[in-house]
Design a protein around this ligand. Structure first.
Ligand SMILES: [Zn+2]
Length: 336
């Protein structure tokens, strides 16, 4: 029994070096087997634990990398979208700037037209005393490069800022020009309307359909007495009932019947002239009526001191009859 017990024990010799004595450690056999096994087990456990830990760390790191990547992508896309926004804004500025130039050009054109209108008024207005030349908008100038093409030259940010500022200035200039025009155009328009009224008021239209003159202005032998007499107008022969037109726009100041004149009308024109229409068979206007140039005012006839159907047409300037022919003949081609 003793030997069996001794057999189960094992001796472990521990030799450190030559100076130290050898140590003997007696261990039972199962214990001797258990120690390395335990060591192996604990080592493998450690390895497993380390593996588990490292795989956890790796997955955490991977997650972090993924998050970083996502962030980078988001950042990149936000940078991209910002760049796109800036590009869009720059294009907008360029577009605005070109619109400003275009608008300026158009406004300058309108300004020129207004000046032409002013010149037209000056030419046709009898009184030149009123000052119409003040407040003239100064004409603008710029470099108009209209051709498209050429190489691509990148624009610096500062240049874009300059362009934006320039465009702002352009709009401000236009605003000022518009303000000037706003105050000036109604004035010019009013003058133009007055001029137009005056032009329309000039008795320049031939007053009948017929153009057969039977008696001219001036001294003649009177058809009734056979004696020399002054004829204050012209006589135009025509059909009884034929239309008689206003020679110019104006206001009817007389519309009545008298012995020698028969049924007659007097129209006063804006320029101060009067036109008289006599021997009418019918009057179609009343005193106070405004008539347009060419408007039918009555019908040709032979009322009053008349030998047959005709219109006695007379132009009166400052209460004196003047020869009507220069008025209705000179402008005939222009207004008929
Ligand atoms: Zn006459």
């Amino acid at each position: 029994m003793k030997s069996a017990t001794a057999n189960r024990r094992m001796t472990l010799l521990v030799m450190r070096d030559a100076q130290h004595s050898v140590k003997q450690i007696h261990l039972s056999k199962p214990l001797m087997m258990a120690v390395p096994a335990a060591a192996v087990l604990s080592l493998s456990g450690l390895v497993l634990a380390l593996q588990a830990h490292s795989s956890q760390v790796i997955s955490q790191l991977e997650q972090k990398v993924n998050i970083e990547n996502t962030r980078n992508l988001q950042l990149q896309s936000s940078v991209n979208s910002r760049e796109q926004s800036i590009e869009r804004l720059q294009n907008e500025i360029i577009k605005l700037s070109s619109q400003a130039k275009d608008m300026q050009q158009k406004m300058e054109h309108v300004d020129e037209l207004e000046q032409q209108l002013q010149q037209f008024i000056d030419k046709h207005t009898t009184s030149m005393s009123t000052d119409v030349s003040e407040n003239k908008a100064s004409s603008l100038s710029w470099d108009a490069s209209e051709h498209v093409g050429g190489e691509y030259i990148a624009v610096h940010e500062n240049e874009m800022l300059d362009l934006a500022q320039e465009t702002k200035d352009d709009f401000q200039e236009m605003q000022e020009l518009l303000k000037t025009m706003e105050s000036q155009v109604p004035h010019t328009l009013k003058k133009a309307q007055e001029t137009q009224k005056q032009i329309a008021g000039n008795p320049t239209l031939w007053p009948t359909a017929s153009k057969v003159l039977t008696s001219s202005f001036g001294y003649r032998t009177d058809p009734f007495t056979g004696k020399a007499a002054f004829h204050a107008g012209i006589d135009i022969a025509g059909e009884n009932g034929g239309p008689v037109f206003a020679a110019g726009a104006g206001q009817v100041v007389t519309s009545e019947e008298s012995g020698a004149r028969g049924r007659y009308i007097i129209i006063e024109h804006p320029g101060g002239l009067q036109t008289w229409y006599m021997h009418l068979s019918k009057i179609q206007v009343n005193v106070g009526d405004s008539v347009d140039k060419g408007e039918q005012i009555g019908q040709l006839g032979s009322t009053g001191r008349s030998t047959g159907p005709h219109l006695h047409f007379q132009v009166v300037k400052q209460n004196k009859p003047v020869n009507p022919l220069p008025y209705i003949q000179a402008a005939n081609s222009e207004y008929n």
